[in-house]
Structures are given as structure tokens and as C-alpha cells.
Design a protein around this ligand. Structure first.
Ligand code: ATP
Ligand code: MG
Length: 389
């Protein structure tokens, strides 16, 4: 389809990783679907070679920034460009390039043109386009060309159907589109770490469903808490993610007489076991936690080992090598931090009394069997509820 006249557009560029051969079409289809879902308002995204385009309604100026802000949350997008689609003749290109330069490049600012051709049959080479348009802008605006370190860059792409000029780029979140990597269940505590861990798995293309163990007396109280706000933030990136709630009561009742030294790894294993069973019910292929090595007593190598014993699904711990400062920085960028630090009655805060940093799988399993925790797992599973926004 050829766009006949100058039209404002937003260009979406994705990373080229995982784009080999047949995967590419599927990857693009997922990205389009995810972006259209996040954009809501019936905006259509068109495929073009190596990029996606949104043609804008020229009369609405707010629309552009609104769309760009939403696209910044679409995982898989590397960068977002603002610009124009124009007919392929060189006169149209010259005219629009000068118009853009007059609006966005000051006479004393340096600039360069970067041209690429998808359509190799075009009458000028990329270098010729850069020279010709660059010279025209200098002539009309006064701005000097600087190839090495320009203050402004205009990007020109000659596509088979049209020419694209981009005058402004915004960084996207990168990663892979959600849904290209399958499903996982993320243990979601509402602290700083687990929302970040969940987001990082989303960023690698996973559909992430959240599982939260609550100690509050009712689900309604969870609905009013920060858990819901955090879920909302993550939903901006992943509208299809679900939040499952599991009661802490069955574990609490069954573990009344547990050895306080190993209560924490026992509860960690309990959560993993419930997550594993839930994962099997919803076709998920892994469990995610916000563990960071050495951060707290439950996150020593010994305790991670004894809490993970006999869990048949892979456990992903995307934060394991990160320190709190790095995690916090990411939480702020994602938008979860301000909610994570809010007051909340968490299960773990009820438990930790005199927990040991060094437990063994044998101790944990002996205590597990003595307390009959398999039954409590079943009871917890039977009571899991999905909380909707
Ligand atoms: P967070 O990591 O979210 O800040 P935390 O720092 O308090 O929690 P721990 O209590 O040791 O860390 O928990 C480690 C991991 O165990 C969490 O990152 C999360 O994956 C899981 N977890 C802890 N509490 C819960 C809970 N109430 N519901 C679900 N998962 C939990
Ligand atoms: Mg933590």
C-alpha cells in the first residue's frame, strides 16, 4: 500500500535478536497484538519491512505523546520514532526534510542525516540521499553538518511503499514480546524484589501469572492493599497477567509446632510446592522468585537448597546476582518502588523469629513430613482465588 501524501507516523523498531527466519513473523504478530492491546483506542499497527508503523490523525497533537508513553511499556520494542511517511519522490523528501529541520533544528545546531534503503532500486544511494538532503537543510536553515558528533540526527528510510523520515527517537524497554517464551508462575510478595523479578521474566517474553500468599484476614483487604496497586503497575506492561491469591492459614495451622530454626525454609518450600501445583494446572513451565543471594536469612545457598528440594519445575531467580541498589533502581524505573515500600502485613514478617541461615534438605523434609504439609498444600490449592482488577 502506498501512502500518497505526507502523513505523521510513529515507527516502532524491535531488537533483531530471535528474529531469524520463521520466528520473525510470529514475533511481529505478538508484538503487534501486545501493543494494540496496551494502546487500547482502536489504533492499528501496520507491518513494514524491519519495523512497524502507526499512521496518525494529523489533527490530534496529544495523541502522539499518549501513544509514545504507552509504547514505552511494550516489551520487545527497542526504540520508537516520531516522524513522517511521504511519497517516494526526492522532491517530497526534500520538502518534508526541510520542514522538519525548520521546526526542530536551530541554525547553530549541528546535525546529520542517516539514510538507509530497503528498496535498493531507488534512484539515489544512501550516501547520495544523505549528501543531498544534508546540503539542502544547511542551505535553508543554516545548521552545519557534523557526521561524528551531531546534536540532531534525521533518519531517512526508503521502503518499498513509502519514504520514512524520523526526527525524534525514544528508547523502548527492549526485551522480547510477552508470549514468545511461554508461561511462568511468579511468587509475588509485594516487596521490592519480586515485582522486579516478575517484570524481568516478562521482558524475556514470558507470560507471568502472579501468586501471592496473604496473611490478611480477607481477600477484600488484599484488594485494598498495595498488592493490588503493584498488580496494576505490572498490568500496564502485561495486560493478560493474572493474580492468584493463596491463604497463609493452612500453612500456619499445620506448622504450629514447627522448629522455629527451619520454619522459614519450610514456608519457602511450601510456597514453591503450591506454585508448582498451580503451574501444572495452568500450563506454566517454571516458577519465579525474587531471591537475591545473601540478602536475607532465607536466601543463603544452604537455605535456597533446602527450600527447593523436590520441586520438579525449574525455578528462575532473575535477581540472584543483583544487589539491593540495582534492584531498587530498576523498581523505580518500572514504577513499582513507591508501592513496594508501603506498609503491609506479610506472611514472612509473621514467621521469622530465630531462623537459621544454615539448614539442610534432610531437616526440612523431616519436619515437612512430620507436620504433614502435603495435606496443607492441597488445602491451600483448593482455596486459591483469582483477584481481578
Ligand atoms: P521481596 O523479594 O518481594 O522483597 P523479601 O525481600 O521480603 O520479598 P523474602 O521474604 O526472603 O524476600 O522472599 C523471597 C522471595 O520469596 C520473594 O522475592 C518472593 O518471590 C517469595 N515470597 C516471599 N513472600 C511471599 C508471599 N507472601 N507470597 C508469594 N511469594 C512470596
Ligand atoms: Mg527479597
Amino acid at each position: 500500500m502506498t501512502e500518497q501524501k505526507e502523513k505523521r507516523i510513529i515507527a516502532i523498531h524491535y531488537s533483531e535478536i530471535a528474529l531469524k527466519g520463521a520466528n520473525r513473523k510470529q514475533y511481529e504478530a505478538k508484538l503487534i497484538r501486545n501493543a494494540e492491546k496496551i494502546l487500547e483506542q482502536n489504533i492499528k499497527i501496520k507491518r513494514r519491512p524491519g519495523r512497524l508503523l502507526i499512521y496518525l490523525d494529523d489533527t490530534d497533537n496529544n495523541q502522539t505523546s499518549n501513544i509514545i508513553n504507552k509504547l514505552k511499556k511494550v516489551l520487545g520494542i527497542k526504540w520508537i520514532g516520531e516522524g513522517y511517511s511521504i511519497p517516494k519522490d526526492i522532491d517530497s523528501l526534500r520538502k518534508t526534510a526541510v520542514k522538519i529541520a525548520k521546526q526542530h533544528i536551530k541554525p547553530d545546531e549541528t546535525f546529520r542525516i542517516k539514510a538507509t534503503r530497503v528498496d535498493k532500486s531507488y534512484s539515489l544511494t544512501s550516501l547520495e540521499i544523505e549528501r543531498e538532503i544534508g546540503a539542502e537543510i544547511t542551505k535553508q536553515v543554516g545548521a552545519p553538518v557534523n557526521l561524528k558528533n551531531p546534536e540532531k540526527t534525521l533518519y531517512i528510510s526508503i521502503l518499498p511503499s513509502e519514504t520514512i523520515i524520523i526526527w525524534n527517537r525514544h528508547e523502548g524497554p527492549g526485551g522480547l514480546p510477552i508470549g514468545t517464551s511461554g508461561r511462568v508462575v511468579s511468587l509475588f510478595s509485594g516487596g521490592i524484589d519480586s515485582p522486579v523479578a516478575s517484570w524481568l521474566m516478562m521482558k524475556r517474553g514470558c507470560h507471568v501469572d502472579l501468586l501471592h500468599f496473604y496473611a490478611l484476614p480477607s481477600i477484600e483487604q488484599v484488594r485494598m492493599s498495595k498488592i493490588m496497586s503493584l498488580f496494576e503497575v505490572l498490568k500496564n506492561y502485561s495486560p493478560d497477567s493474572r493474580l492468584f491469591l493463596a491463604s497463609f492459614i493452612p500453612f500456619m495451622k499445620a506448622s504450629m509446632s514447627a522448629d522455629p530454626r527451619i520454619e522459614l525454609p519450610l514456608f519457602r518450600r511450601f510456597m514453591l510446592k503450591v506454585a508448582e501445583r498451580l503451574a501444572m494446572n495452568i500450563d506454566a513451565l517454571g516458577i519465579v522468585t525474587g531471591d537475591s543471594l545473601g540478602q536475607v536469612a532465607s536466601q543463603t545457598l544452604d537455605n535456597i537448597y533446602s527450600a527447593s528440594i523436590g520441586i520438579s519445575l525449574p525455578i528462575y531467580r532473575p535477581l540472584i546476582g543483583m544487589d539491593k541498589e540495582e534492584i531498587t533502581k530498576l523498581a523505580k524505573k518500572i514504577g513499582t518502588y513507591s508501592y513496594s515500600i508501603m506498609e503491609y502485613k506479610d506472611c514472612c514478617s509473621i514467621l521469622v523469629r530465630s531462623s537459621s541461615t544454615k539448614t539442610s534438605p534432610e531437616e526440612v523434609m523431616n519436619e515437612w513430613n512430620r507436620l504433614g504439609l502435603d495435606t496443607a498444600v492441597e488445602e491451600t490449592l483448593a482455596g486459591i482465588e483469582e483477584l481481578k482488577l
